[in-house]
Design a protein around this ligand. Sequence first.
Ligand code: ADP
Ligand code: ADP
Length: 219
Amino acid sequence: MPVYVVLLGPPGAGKGTQAGIVAKATGLAHISSGDLFREHIKNQTDLGRQVDAILKRGDLVPDDVTIAMIRERLKQPDCAAGAVLDGFPRTPAQAQALNGMLAEFGGKVDVVPFIQVQQDELISRLSGRWVCRAQGHVYHETFNPPKTADVCDVDGSELYQRDDDKRETVEKRIRVYFEQTAPLIDHYRGEGRLTEIDGAQAIAKVTEDLLKALPEQAQ
Ligand code: ADP
Ligand code: ADP
């Protein structure tokens, strides 16, 4: 049976960083809704044009559009063993839709690691975040710098700072998270699927805790 892991946590908690490492370690696919939207914007697709201004403002893309994009992604062959979902679901309606989609693939949400980090730390993480143009690999100018300034260690592409990592937009995104996404914490806790992870630890220690939280068949 495929294994599905939903990473929950505020913007800057380390979801993308950890999803990349955990996916590589387990053979699960890494699905980042934010990366998928940014790819559409870069390629100037219809969807990209539709969501560009929404991402710049730090608002959420409407549920129907987001759900349709994730449904397509989950059907890809690299998701046969399951996936680590990073940034989806972000609303109760998305969580409900996800249950339906995973049931179609013979799976369910197996575990929901909730990566917790204090708000002032989130702001320093996001304002120092650098991302690679080619594949979205994530760095931090102080906490996780690349070996060579401005160049991705993995694929050699240029690093850039996201438009929505400006301070005002970061504050807005954290507000949006508390209003629209934080209710999912209690929802998954009530279902017994939530595992709390201390995201303030070093990257390698967070990974260790996350791997321990995965179902046995994924470890
Ligand atoms: P999210 O996907 O949850 O928004 P990211 O994985 O993009 O978070 O991480 C946000 C920023 O914080 C990046 O610059 C990343 O390098 C840095 N970061 C991630 N995990 C840690 C950590 N455990 N300690 C310090 N900085 C971290
Ligand atoms: P971060 O990890 O820093 O919060 P993401 O890369 O996950 O940022 O998301 C960037 C933006 O993409 C969000 O601010 C939002 O506009 C859009 N987005 C990503 N995932 C979703 C989602 N599940 N529902 C609605 N909008 C989303």
